[in-house]
Each structure stands twice: as structure tokens, then as C-alpha cells.
Design a protein around this ligand. Structure first.
Ligand code: ZN
Length: 687
């Protein structure tokens, strides 16, 4: 799953300054050709920053351009929220770093300055001081003494605002350990078994000193037995202690994050005036109302209206959506993806969802756990035009919303694949030598270069459009029965559904794959990733923490272990290097089917012990010798394991009466300038 949203409004007077009246100096709307486009724009630490094209933007009507522009501005106005959600010191630290980074007479050639630049870029790339993927705090490569010398020279107005009322010394005494003491706020979201997950996590969804047990008790007391349409309790608030009592500070225009949310609402209200149709307008109006009231009932009403908006070209996620950032899974991070439908490519997902019942009926799952009637699987391919909050600079490739189970069961869900982001990923890896290093032979390499991209897209579609929506629970089984193992099992289930069907002749029949061998590229690359190459993102000695990485290794290791007798899949060693060999693709497909059947049974019956055994035995630990070898081989390639993105610059043009006259797009901005500009123009929270 992946996302949803919202907004707010207040002071109308200040807002006219947001309105940009730019001269007609830009390029208008155009899309550069793939061959002429430089995808890679920056590289530091373990990250490569890419830019993405926005093909088709030139085909939008003037009214659609106008709506896209307003929504894009809304997407940028929430930037500070995610920084603050990730850690309460993030905004202050970002401000300090940027102030030093842009000091006039600073020696930009010193080793300390250069190391601070890398640190600042990492902060921008992760929306804070913790690694976006591992959650571990960054180590500063610059000295505290050097940094103190610099910040002592900063004028007052360049310091974080929240220093009002406290002295410079007090401010620094509070902030510096957060940067330099590795034991302070060491991890953003702790998942260690047995620890108090709130007291040991640096994220900012709960006030200081609130324990996991207190928070869990608070939210379980909110639930009403037998409520079939529960709201998403706790989704849009910080739980704090006030006068000894636990209360929620709700995210709304006149509440927590209100100053940023009011700006977002300002732009959403403009967008609402230029909607394409009533369904789109109804949903947007409800979202605006939710930004104002913070009433979670309205959030559900919005989600249902948003699901009904299927005809519009322009669409958006712009609000509090996914709950991955909260160790307890209640609180949603703010994020935005402003997009429009790729009409041509959507024919692909329409074919898949149009046949949802066929796929359900023919799956290897026990018929007791199949849906008699699959409903509401709408699926489309989109082109992202602007990303914000938790979906920027690191972006998802697919989104499947809303998250509330009862809404999904009654009204279905929207599932999207973001093809222009997938394109940027694929193009950046193409010439890297990666496959040459890790793929077992030239024949398989050729298979991958021919079919990997198309089958990757298809696998994502199958995962999002069908996988998550397939199957049903046995009567009386709670959707929460698998507890903390739910997420990995659920992602494995969706992946396996996709793996099983990507090999089905039905896809060739539907015109989605060119031939019946193409799927082999997906099988090989999926297992190679899950068994070996995804660990290039992990430090030697560490376990796998991230949900999707866990489910991929779970599938890979299970299949490998269960192929010991017939050798359908094996790992061989050649010249001291491990390689994956697939000897029998037909048997491999059956094996994916077997595991899918078992995992569906586990979910349907709520078999906690079986879920625990699979996750604990297969998904977490990495073979140390192989890991060491993979990291060494990877290091010879000079590649970055993570990819982030910069947005294009979208500029709205207006005539003297304030009437919108057109949109222009530019791809020229670099990573540093984009972030400095965002910090200058879209900073709405106290820091
Ligand atoms: Zn998923």
C-alpha cells in the first residue's frame, strides 16, 4: 500500500505574496527525448540524485495546467511537516546547516566544509538527520569545534527561530549533541524486539516521555467493540502529555502544523475552482474541509469520494497518508504526489484489473480463501509532475490507497504505477555494469536487458492492482492477527501473486508481454535481488530491517531452500563469486505458487506462529560471507545503492488581471539550488 492526503486555510492577507507572477521567460511545456536527457544530477554518500521527465505535460489543457500548478504548489508547502515529524530537531538543524553553508566568507575548500556539505545533502535527501532507509542517524564528517566556530559567527536572524527566549549557548547546548553525540536520538524508528518502541525512537509522533504501553492503552481505549467502520485512530495527531493527561495535538489549520497546512489549503482552494468535473471537486472540497477540522470521519468520507473520482486526468496524493514512520503504526506522515494519467500506458493496467476475477479464480490459493467477487480494483499508470513530503526526494514506484480495510472492502482502492519515476531508475542503472557483474552468463544478461524493464512494470502492476486486493480472511479472523509480522507477510503475498502471474500465458494473450519467455527475466532478477544484490544497501553485520527487503529475502531463501532436492534454483560459486542459476523456470513458478498458497493460508487464518517462523527464519539475517563478497563486488562498480529525485520547476504564468495564461516546465535546477529555494520559499513552520 502506499498513500492518501489533505490541507487548510487561514490568514488571507499574507497569502497574495505566494502568487507568482513570473515573466514569460521560461520554456513553456515540452518533454526532452530520453537520449537527450541527463538523468543523474548529483551523487554523495550512498545516494544518487536523478531527475525525471514529465512526458505528456504538453498535452494538458490550459485548465488542467492551471490545476496541476496549484496542486504542485500545495505539494511543496508541506515540506517542513515531514522534517518535524521525523525528529523534533530536524528543522532547527537544517536551518543551522543551511546558514553555515551559505555564509559569505566561509572557506568552501576546507575538509570540514566539504564534509558538512555531504551531511547537509544527506539531511535534504532524508528529510532529516536519520537515514531514510535504515533510520540510523548520520555521522557528521566535520568537527564539532569547527562547526561551533562557524555558528558563533552567525547573526541572530540566521539561527533557528525557536532560540527566542533562550541564549545562544543554551540553544547550541541542546542542538549540538543531537548532531555530534551518536547516542542521542540514534535511531528514528526503533523496531527492536523487547525495547520500548517510543522511548527509544527519535521520531516526533509522540511527546517526550510517553511510553509505548501508555500510547497503546490510549488508542485501544478509543476502539468500540463491533464498530465496522472505525476511523484511523491517531492518524493525524501528536500524542502529548498535558497537565499529566494524555491528549492529542491534532494536525489542522488552526492546530499543530497549522501554518503550513493553511498554505496548502490556500493552493488547494485555487485548484478546487478549476477542477475537471464534479467528482474531482467533491473529493477536493472534502479534503480541504478535513484539513480544517482534522475530523477523521471526514478523512474517510474524503477517501470514498476520491475513489469515485476515476474519470479525471489530474490526480493527487497530498496529505497524511502512510504510517510507516510511526513505530506503532498509528500516525501518518505528510506526503504528496501530484500527477496526471498516462492514458496510453493505462490500457495496460486496465487489462489487468478488467480481468481481476479471472486471476483470482485461477490462483493457486485454496478456494476457501478466494474472493467470490473481486470489486473496485481501479488501476492506472500515472506521470508524476511534482512530489513532496515523505515521497520526496525518495519516491515510491507504486501507490495503492486508501489504507482503511473497511473502505477497501466496501469501495475498493486506487492503484497506480508511476512510470516516469520507474523510467528514471531504469535509465540510470542501464550503463552501470551492474548486471554484467552479478548475472551468471551472457545469455541471462541479454534476457534481462530485453525484458527486465517491461516485466518490472508488469510485476508492479500485478502487485498493486491484484496482489493486495486478492484473497479473503476466514470468518472471524482479525485483520490484525499477524501483529508485527503482518507487513512483511502482506508484501510477500502481493509479490508472490505478481510472480506467479507474470509467467502466465494469459499475459501474452492479453498483449501485455511479447512472448512466453519474457517472464524469466523477472524471475531471475527478482531472486538475484532478494538473495544477493539488495544487500548492497546494508552495512556488513546489520540485519535487514526494511519491510520490502525482508519480504524479498523471505521469498528468495524459501525458494532456494525448497529447491535443494531438484535444483530448480541454486547458488553456485565461480572464481570465488556467487551467482544465481535458475535451472528450471517451470518448477520455479510452481514453487512461487506453493509459497503463495501457504502465505495466503497464514493471512486468512491469522496463523501468527507460522508468520513468525517465516519472517524470523528467512527474512532478517544475511549470510555474512556472501554479504561481504557482494559489497566488495559492488564497490568496484562505483554505484550508489539509493536513488533520490529532484522535481522539475513548474512555473505558472498570469496576466495583469491575475488570470492564468499557461504553465512552463524547466529541468535545469540542481539538487542544492532546489533545496535552498524550497527552504527559502516554502518554510512555514517554526524552527
Ligand atoms: Zn505492496
Amino acid at each position: 500500500m502506499k498513500k492518501s492526503l489533505f490541507i487548510i486555510a487561514m490568514a488571507v492577507l499574507v497569502l497574495s505574496s505566494c502568487e507568482k507572477k513570473t515573466e514569460e521567460t521560461d520554456n513553456g511545456l515540452f518533454t526532452p527525448a530520453i537520449e537527450d536527457f541527463d538523468y543523474v544530477v548529483d551523487r554523495f554518500a550512498d545516494i544518487e540524485i536523478l531527475r525525471y521527465r514529465v512526458p505528456g505535460i504538453e498535452n494538458l489543457s490550459l485548465q488542467q495546467q492551471e490545476m496541476l500548478y496549484y496542486l504542485s504548489e500545495a505539494a511543496l508547502c508541506g515540506r517542513d511537516i515531514i522534517y518535524d515529524q521525523n525528529c523534533r530537531y530536524n528543522l532547527a538543524i537544517r536551518t543551522l546547516l543551511e546558514s553555515v553553508y551559505t555564509m559569505e566568507d566561509i572557506d568552501t575548500t576546507s575538509a570540514d566544509y566539504k564534509a558538512m556539505e555531504v551531511y547537509l545533502k544527506r539531511v535534504w535527501a532524508s528529510n532529516g538527520i536519520h537515514h531514510h532507509y535504515s533510520g540510523m542517524k548520520f555521522e557528521p564528517g566535520f568537527s564539532q569545534a569547527w562547526f561551533e566556530t562557524q555558528i558563533n559567527q552567525l547573526p541572530f536572524e540566521k539561527l533557528p527561530i525557536y532560540s527566542e527566549g533562550i541564549s545562544r549557548d543554551e540553544l547550541f547546548a541542546e542542538i549540538l549533541p543531537v548532531i555530534f553525540d551518536s547516542t542521542v536520538m540514534a535511531v528514528r524508528k526503533n523496531q527492536t524486539e523487547g525495547a520500548d518502541l517510543l522511548l527509544t525512537s527519535a521520531c516526533n509522533y509522540y511527546g517526550e516521555g510517553i511510553s509505548q504501553a501508555e500510547a497503546e492503552a490510549f488508542y485501544s481505549a478509543m476502539r468500540t467493540e463491533g464498530d465496522e467502520t472505525p476511523v484511523s485512530y491517531g492518524l493525524n495527531s501528536r500524542l502529548v502529555r498535558r497537565d499529566g493527561i494524555l491528549v492529542e495535538d491534532v494536525y489542522k489549520t488552526d492546530g499543530l502544523y497549522g501554518s503550513a497546512m493553511s498554505k496548502i489549503v490556500y493552493w488547494l482552494e485555487k485548484a478546487e475552482k478549476v477542477c475537471e468535473n464534479d467528482a474531482q471537486r467533491n473529493a477536493l472540497q472534502k479534503m480541504i474541509s478535513f484539513y480544517r477540522t482534522g475530523d477523521l470521519k471526514e478523512f474517510d468520507e474524503y477517501a470514498i469520494l476520491w475513489l469515485k473520482d476515476t474519470e479525471s486526468l489530474i490526480d493527487y496524493v497530498c496529505g497524511y497518508t502512510e504510517t510507516y514512520g510511526d513505530p506503532l503504526g498509528y500516525k501518518a506522515n505528510w506526503e504528496a504526489v501530484i500527477n496526471f494519467k498516462d492514458v496510453e500506458a493505462t490500457k495496460r493496467t486496465e487489462k489487468i484489473s478488467g480481468n481481476a476475477q479471472w486471476f483470482e479464480d485461477h490462483s493457486p490459493v485454496d478456494s476457501m480463501y478466494k474472493k467470490e467477487k473481486c470489486k473496485g480494483v481501479t488501476a492506472k499508470v500515472i506521470t508524476a509532475a511534482m512530489m513532496g513530503g515523505d515521497n520526496y526526494p525518495m519516491s515510491a514506484l507504486g501507490i495503492n490507497l486508501p489504507n482503511a480495510d473497511w473502505i477497501r472492502a466496501t469501495y475498493g482502492s486506487k492503484s497506480v504505477s508511476i512510470d516516469n519515476i520507474a523510467e528514471a531508475y531504469a535509465q540510470s542503472v542501464k550503463s552501470s555494469g551492474f548486471n554484467h557483474e552479478f548475472v551468471v552468463d551472457a545469455k541471462t544478461e541479454e534476457l534481462l536487458s530485453k525484458y527486465k524493464e517491461i516485466t518490472d512494470n508488469l510485476h508492479t502492476d500485478l502487485h498493486e492492482c491484484l496482489g493486495h486486493g486478492s484473497g479473503k480472511l476466514a470468518p472471524g479472523v482479525s485483520p490484525d492477527a499477524l501483529g508485527k509480522y503482518h507487513a512483511v507477510i502482506e508484501e510477500a503475498r502481493a509479490d508472490l501473486f505478481g510472480l506467479y502471474y507474470v509467467a502466465d500465458p494469459k499475459l501474452v494473450e492479453l498483449g501485455l508481454l511479447p512472448d512466453t519467455n519474457a517472464y524469466m527475466a523477472q524471475y531471475y532478477s527478482y531472486l538475484m535481488n532478494g538473495l544477493m544484490t539488495q544487500t548492497t544497501r546494508i552495512k556488513l553485520g546489520d540485519n535487514i530491517e526494511q519491510t520490502h527487503m525482508r519480504n524479498r529475502q523471505l521469498i528468495g531463501k524459501w525458494v532456494l531452500e525448497h529447491s535443494a532436492a531438484d535444483n530448480a534454483v541454486e547458488l553456485i560459486v565461480r572464481d570465488g563469486k556467487h551467482y544465481l542459476v535458475v535451472n528450471d523456470y517451470t518448477v520455479l513458478r510452481q514453487r512461487f505458487g506453493e509459497l503463495l498458497r501457504e502465505i495466503q493460508r497464514i493471512k486468512s487464518t491469522g496463523d501468527y506462529n507460522a508468520a513468525r517462523d517465516l519472517v524470523e527464519n528467512y527474512s532478517i539475517r544475511i549470510d555474512q560471507d556472501i554479504h561481504r563478497e557482494i559489497l566488495a563486488r559492488y564497490a568496484t562498480l562505483d554505484m550508489a545503492p539509493y536513488k533520490g529525485f529532484i522535481n522539475p520547476v513548474l512555473t505558472g504564468h498570469f496576466d495583469n488581471d491575475g488570470k492564468f495564461t499557461g504553465l512552463s516546465i524547466s529541468y535545469d535546477e540542481n539538487f542544492v539550488n532546489q533545496h535552498l529555494r524550497y527552504s527559502r520559499d516554502y518554510s512555514f513552520l517554526k524552527k
